[in-house]
Design a protein around this ligand. Structure first.
Ligand code: ATP
Ligand code: MG
Length: 444
């Protein structure tokens, strides 16, 4: 097949039959953000390349291997955002939001681009729900941000997702740790991958985040950062644990998490599932107290997380979680030609004006085929219009589920009469039962 009839490697189409899954995670994420007091921010898809090099870090996989950099006419180069934090912080500084009082709490829902090897749960274009809290160094804020991520996972009905936390200290305690790490990795220098040999001098902590199996194995016995934390960082980590305990959020301390982006300080965390194979990190985040100053703003502590929507949906599917059902057709008006067609068109318009999901035939099908179509699209009710109905201005309204038929007038009060029947049906025992089991997440 030629390239123009195939989507680019590592991208996904979301077809209409699947889009309700996306609506579910987007809606739940937005609602959770809102009840935690986070406001939405929207930023450009591309930024100056230098922004990512400076914030994500020039020894990270993202900057060294994964950026999609595009050049426009002239000499500027831009990079499609590989993550949301850098652009969000740039926007917060540029728009003077730091002057509006602290903490500032924002969230975003956006696509990210990374030139990675595509696998299940690892794409080249993927989507993140993320949040950032700016202007507080308090460990209560760390617990709150973690609690927002957990709230999204819980509200989606996900189970068995483990929270791993760690502290990677501040530049002060990290200086000692870097020395110890360097000393350790130097013994294995020749066995490290080429990229990590380069990292040994500049940023040895990055080696701990390398995806190569051999480097990972060497890293297993490396010194751990928790043994090198300064007093303040240690106290901050203790406070975080205390606050999580207080909130009833279970966690595991995992001293191996260093995260793949350079801007992190102190708290780092990941939510991990074992239900979608190797790419099990559904959410990653942490504190980045130095980033705002590094990007030219006033020194301001901040933190946040990014959640991969594709991985969330995969996990929900594998765990049999419920999705918000797509809206189905409320009423189909079948017509048998002549005047009935014209009346059908006006009735559909009147129904839609009042917010009902109404359809009629647009392809010239016979009555039988129209009924089949109404059934296929899951219409709740059907009306058949022929000459008799048009003449008597009255028709039969059929409930497709129960088969029950009611007479309905096609006069002025038509939409109101339909509305009465429709809402009475909505409140019926069967429908209520259906709705409750959907809310309880009894599968798709
Ligand atoms: P990983 O270790 O899996 O590569 P990461 O540390 O690079 O993840 P972050 O930069 O922290 O990931 O991004 C936050 C979240 O975005 C991840 O936890 C994951 O859910 C999702 N994510 C990251 N990269 C991809 C990708 N290529 N495809 C799909 N989702 C991704
Ligand atoms: Mg990665």
């Amino acid at each position: 097949m030629s390239a123009i009839t195939q989507r680019p490697k590592g991208t996904q189409d979301v077809v209409p039959n699947e889009v309700h899954k996306w609506h579910t995670v987007e809606q739940v994420a937005r609602e959770s953000a809102q009840i935690f007091g986070f406001r939405e921010i929207r930023i450009p898809t591309f930024e100056d390349t230098g922004l990512f090099v400076r914030s994500v870090g020039d020894t990270t996989d993202v900057v060294q291997k994964e950026m999609y950099t595009v050049s426009a006419t002239g000499d500027s180069t831009f990079t499609l955002r590989p993550e949301g934090t850098a652009g969000t912080i740039r926007a917060i500084i540029e728009n003077g939001i730091l002057n509006e009082g602290f903490p500032q709490k924002v969230f975003y829902m956006l696509s990210c681009f990374r030139h990675e090897k595509p696998q299940a749960g690892r794409l080249r274009e993927f989507h993140q729900f993320g949040c950032e809290m700016i202007g507080t160094a308090n460990a209560k804020a760390d617990a709150e941000v973690i609690s927002l991520a957990k709230s999204v996972l819980d509200r989606l009905g996900l189970r068995g997702i483990e929270l791993n936390i760690n502290s990677i200290g501040c530049p002060k305690c990290r200086a000692e740790y870097h020395k110890a790490l360097k000393k350790y990795f130097e013994q294995y220098k020749d066995q490290l991958c080429e990229t990590c040999q380069g990292r040994l001098e500049k940023n040895p902590m990055r080696i701990l985040d390398c995806k190569s199996d051999e480097d990972k194995k060497i890293g297993e016995n490396a010194p751990i950062i928790l043994d090198y934390l300064c007093e303040d960082c240690n106290e901050h980590f203790e406070q975080l644990k205390y606050n999580l305990g207080f909130m009833g959020i279970d966690f595991k301390i995992n001293p191996r998490i260093v995260r793949g982006l350079d801007y992190y300080t102190r708290t780092v965390f990941e939510f991990v599932t074992t239900d979608i194979g190797a790419q099990g990190t559904v959410c990653g985040g942490g504190r980045y107290d130095g980033l705002i100053e590094q990007l030219g703003g006033k020194p301001t502590p901040a933190l946040g997380f990014g959640m991969g929507l594709e991985r969330l949906i995969l996990t929900m599917q594998n765990q049999g979680c419920g999705f918000i059902e797509p809206e189905k057709c409320n009423i189909y008006i079948a017509t048998m030609g002549g005047d009935a067609d014209a009346v059908g068109i006006t009735l559909v318009k009147r129904l839609r004006d009042e917010g009902f999901f109404a359809e009629n035939d647009l392809v010239g099908r016979g009555l039988k085929a129209q009924m089949k179509y109404a059934d296929k699209i899951g219409a709740d009710f059907v009306i058949v219009l022929g000459d008799n109905e048009v003449e008597s201005k009255s028709a039969k309204l059929k409930n497709m589920k129960t088969g029950e038929q009611t007479d309905i007038s096609l006069n002025e009060d038509f939409v109101e009469a339909f509305s009465d029947v429709y809402f009475a049906d909505m409140m019926s025992d069967d429908k209520m039962q259906e709705m409750f089991s959907a809310l309880a997440g009894d599968g798709e």
